[in-house]
Design a protein. Structure first.
Length: 318
């Protein structure tokens, strides 16, 4: 089951606009004079899905490369897209999910660990936990300068928050083990583990893919969360027992886990497997106080998604 995260934010990471949460649709790259060429889940406009339907009643026939005038279709229902109704889709943070304005979202006293925290969704999550007054935020990423920048933003939001920074390869068993030992020593608890770090090989057919890049996607998106679960579940369960409460594991998955986009075999396979891994953790540790959530954050324009041309927003006139 996928649910929206309790805390999320829209922030800028470099030149990428990060929008976490449900989103409205937008067209993809337009290479012709048509208003738009094809469908995407991205949006950076105030147009709702219904408005977009009325204004752009066409979609591309990918087999003939010709525009077909028909009603634009939404992603399949089983993806969970718009499961609360199209009128409830958002492309910006709103008061009830804003940690800075909703007292119910405060996370006082809690220790939170976020992987992939240097940019994009991970950065936005970390900053929302700063607004939520977490006691400590553990930042994990590959690039030290990005970690420094996020730490600075957290301190601007709430200077009382303890920030632990780790430049770590999430696929390294030894590095993750040492990180867990250090967090155990310094914080002695972990309330929330967010497996967000991710990557994707280029979207090309299987036979045209680079085997090393394809497998690297599985290592980062699946092995990485496994290693963090393996290393931190003892601390998570100990925290749940000590505090007589639930602790949380949040795995950042994707709508792609429920779809088949030709070329995306590495990415979508890894995200589907991540959901099943989460189900196993729930089955094995749910009775010990571990709550596991798989999050589909919606269409989010980050430095990762910008690498794939098919995922870039169009420059069309809406």
């Amino acid at each position: 089951m996928q649910r929206t995260p309790r805390t999320h934010d829209r922030e800028r990471a470099g030149s990428a606009r990060v929008e976490v949460g449900a989103v409205r649709p937008r067209c993809l790259t337009n290479m012709s004079s048509q208003p738009c060429a094809r469908y995407s889940i991205y949006t950076q406009t105030p147009h709702s899905y219904i408005q977009h339907q009325k204004e752009h009643p066409h979609r591309i026939n990918v087999r003939t490369n010709q525009t077909v005038h028909t009603t634009m279709s939404a992603p399949p229902a089983h993806t969970g897209y718009a499961f609360t109704g199209f009128e409830h889709l958002h492309n910006d943070i709103y008061p009830s999910i804003s940690a800075s304005s909703s007292p119910a979202l405060q996370q006082s006293g809690k220790v939170v660990l976020v992987t992939g925290a240097g940019r994009g969704i991970g950065r936005a999550i970390a900053l929302q936990y700063a607004h939520a007054s977490a006691a400590a935020i553990v930042l994990c990423a590959r690039t030290p300068s990005e970690l420094d920048e996020v730490e600075g933003k957290i301190q601007e939001i709430n200077s009382s928050i303890r920030v632990l920074k780790y430049s770590v390869d999430v696929t390294s068993e030894e590095a993750v083990r040492k990180l867990a030992e250090d967090v155990q020593t310094k914080e002695k608890r972990l309330d929330i583990l967010i497996n967000n770090a991710g990557t994707s090989a280029p979207w090309v057919p299987v036979a045209a893919s680079d085997p090393s890049a394809w497998w690297k996607t599985l290592e980062v998106n699946l092995k990485g969360p496994f290693l963090f679960l393996h290393a931190f579940l003892p601390l998570l369960t100990a925290t749940a027992e000590q505090e007589k409460t639930m602790v949380d594991v949040v795995n950042i998955s994707s709508m792609g886990a429920h779809m088949i986009a030709p070329g995306a075999s590495a990415y979508q396979t890894s995200k589907l497997a991540l959901l099943r891994l989460g189900e196993f953790v729930h089955a094995e540790y749910g009775a010990k106080g571990v709550n596991v959530v798989g999050v589909n954050p919606g269409g989010v324009l980050t430095s990762l998604s910008e690498q794939e041309e098919r995922l870039r927003p169009c420059k069309c006139t809406l």
